[in-house]
Design a protein around this ligand. Structure first.
Ligand code: DGL
Length: 266
């Protein structure tokens, strides 16, 4: 069983590509909608919430958990991997989205200037700066927190003038630095991918996060082929800490199909 964790709906945009590429596994998706958004919370709160989700998913028989959320990956993954997992679950694994995205974007940049867009917490954590420094210390990272984009997208205002104004405000200082690649460092920003590409111009490369994460996961599972079992009748379980009706409705947008979720308390 593979667990997919996100603060809410956004991880469904990542799961969509994972499921498409790797349909033969069982999946449990858990969205902590009752406590989302995580993007404005402190590191210790995000760590504790993510740890609770990890405990819950491991108790459901997950062998591997993907933190599909950029904010949880930036603020909690390292500590979970280095301190919590070895003590509590030495045979299980947790992966995030920061490293795969940084690797993929790092391969694209020619002039070694990369723009990162993310939530306040993701930007404050410096997680992308650290990953890029590790991949190639010559890559210059310019960050921009975009806190208004998640609520605008959740209200389906992608095409409204206010979204375009806000997005332009966020992109203007980044564009001045002439990056040639952009990290969409938040689960939601894919809904604005076309606009972001347009505002940066044709010279700037923007990648689809879901595709990148799914591709890197496929490679990881090939290297660790005894970690998770495949199934003849693969299961999909969707759990949320808030209203399941709301979750099912949002899934039509974020996942692109109808699902039936269950509310849990963890
Ligand atoms: N899933 C979060 C992320 O990718 C965005 C929503 C939130 O702030 O909780 O950063």
């Amino acid at each position: 069983m593979i667990g997919i964790f996100d603060s809410g709906y956004g991880g469904l945009t990542i799961f969509k590509y994972i499921e498409e590429k790797l349909p033969e596994y069982n999946y449990i998706y858990l969205g902590d909608n009752a406590r989302a958004p995580y993007g404005e919370l402190s590191q210790s709160i995000i760590y504790n919430y993510t740890k609770q989700a990890v405990d819950y998913l491991f108790a459901q028989d997950c062998d591997l958990i993907i933190l599909a959320c950029n904010t949880a990956s930036s603020m909690a993954l390292r500590k979970l991997q280095q301190e919590y997992l070895p003590k509590r679950y030495p045979d299980k694994r947790i992966l995030g989205v920061i490293r795969p995205l940084a690797e993929a974007v790092g391969e694209l940049t020619q002039n070694r200037a990369v723009a990162v867009m993310g939530t306040n917490s993701t930007v404050d954590s410096g997680a992308y700066i650290n990953e890029f420094a590790d991949i190639d210390p010559n890559i210059r990272v310019i960050q921009q927190a975009c806190p208004l984009l998640v609520p605008l997208i959740e209200q389906s205002r992608e095409d409204q003038p206010e979204t375009k104004i806000v997005l332009m405000e966020y992109i203007r200082p980044l564009r001045q630095e002439r990056p040639d690649a952009v990290v969409l460092g938040c689960t939601h920003y894919g809904f604005l991918e076309d606009l972001i590409k347009k505002y940066f111009g044709p010279e700037t490369k923007v990648l689809n996060s879901g595709e990148v994460v799914a591709h890197k996961l496929e490679e990881y599972l090939l290297r660790h082929d005894d970690l998770v079992k495949k199934s003849d009748q693969p299961q999909r379980i969707f759990l949320t800490s808030n209203s399941s009706e709301k979750f099912d409705q949002a899934a039509q947008k974020f996942l692109g199909r109808y699902i039936k979720s269950k509310t849990i308390n963890f």
